[in-house]
Design a protein around this ligand. Structure first.
Ligand code: UDP
Length: 340
């Protein structure tokens, strides 16, 4: 298939591009590089062994989206493009709604206009809000108790895709609800490169390990969990990438939602210990008050993806820490030039 990857220069897009290429699919990336680097695509091309076609465009702009899609004879879109920082979404809600929702609407319109009938969307476990029961399966209610605009954009976009599919009945749409993506390609050429101070745990830990940051703040130690710190379902980005390809290849007309997670929870302190073991570095940390909006525990029930997509995670938290360390230690400044 010829697959368009919107936001394909980002963390999950680049890793998915590698797996798609390995499976023999043709890829075109559309990205505006507002939160990603062209270097990431050069590295991706290095791994794949050929150039990656890229179109620079802001998909939230209707005319730019039309121009980007024109002339692309594509079979499918994986829609990664979007803003993703929870804290920033609280500070700039209208920007988050505009960018994430407008870009999705424009992608849906272009797909319908051009008869592109397969869509995979980057959703998030955050659409489940505060879990009613654990592990969480796909029948869990969505949109209730979502605590930030970023999460709301994901829940709203799921609904927009469901409604759009009704008037585009050939459309096979898959909503992938990611749990916590971590790790990097084993080559160390591509990985997560957050701008500024990382919001997420693993990149922060990696930056402490490499000496870029002094100390990790552990957000709360009195949750009802194994050691009082928050528990999440960490999924290796290569497993996540394979999940996109499985979703694409198994998609059928209609809308289907799948959790992409491992089914195993790890606490913050367990992640710290695993990273110390993988890196051989001490991770200094201190306990600080819990972060607003955080839940105690989020763990996927990945059974539906396991059975319907024939996909399951193969890599462990230890593998993710090894690969994250490999990437971070080889690229202490991410894709930026040294000292930039
Ligand atoms: N966390 C932490 N310190 C940090 C970043 C995150 O203790 O600097 C904790 C956070 O409270 C949560 C877990 O690590 O329990 C995962 O957080 P992350 O932001 O990576 O993902 P999300 O909150 O979206 O699950």
């Amino acid at each position: 298939m010829h697959v368009i990857l919107t936001g394909g220069a980002g963390y999950i897009g680049t890793h998915t591009a590698v797996v798609l290429a390995e499976r023999g699919h043709e890829i075109t990336v559309i990205d505006d590089f507002s939160n990603s680097s062209p270097v990431a695509l050069q590295r991706t091309a290095e791994i794949i062994g050929r150039e990656v076609r890229v179109i620079e465009a802001d998909l939230a702009d209707r005319e730019a989206a039309r121009a980007a899609f024109s002339g692309l004879d594509a079979d499918a879109v994986i829609h990664f493009a979007g803003l993703k920082a929870v804290g920033e979404s609280v500070a700039e809600p209208t920007r988050y709604y505009r960018v994430n929702i407008d870009s999705t609407i424009n992608v849906l319109d272009q797909m319908r206009e051009r008869g592109i009938n397969r869509l995979v969307f980057s959703s998030s476990a955050t659409v489940y809000g505060n879990p009613e029961k654990l592990p969480i399966d796909e029948s869990h209610r969505v949109g209730v108790g979502v605590t930030n605009p970023y999460g709301w954009t994901k829940a709203m976009i799921e609904q927009i895709i469901r409604d759009a599919q009704k008037i585009h009945p050939e459309l096979a749409a898959v909503l992938l609800r990611y749990f916590n993506p971590v790790g990097a390609h084993p080559s160390g050429l591509i990985g997560e490169d957050p701008s500024g101070i990382p919001n997420n745990l693993m990149p922060f830990v990696a930056q402490v390990a490499v000496g870029k940051r002094e100390q990790l703040s552990v957000f709360g130690d009195s949750y009802p969990t194994v050691d009082g710190t928050g528990v999440r379902d960490y999924i290796h980005v290569m497993d996540l990438a394979a999940g996109h390809v499985a979703a694409l290849e198994n998609s059928k007309p209609g809308v289907a939602a799948y959790n992409l997670g491992s089914g195993t929870g790890s606490s913050v302190l367990e992640v710290v210990a695993a990273f110390e073991a993988a890196s051989g570095r001490k991770i200094d940390y201190r306990i600080v008050p819990a972060r607003a909006g955080d839940v105690a525990e989020m763990v996927a029930d990945p059974h539906k993806a396991n059975t319907e997509l024939g996909w399951r995670t193969e890599l462990t938290l230890a593998d993710a820490c090894r690969d994250s360390w490999n990437w971070q230690s080889a690229n202490p400044n991410g894709y930026a030039e040294q000292g930039e």
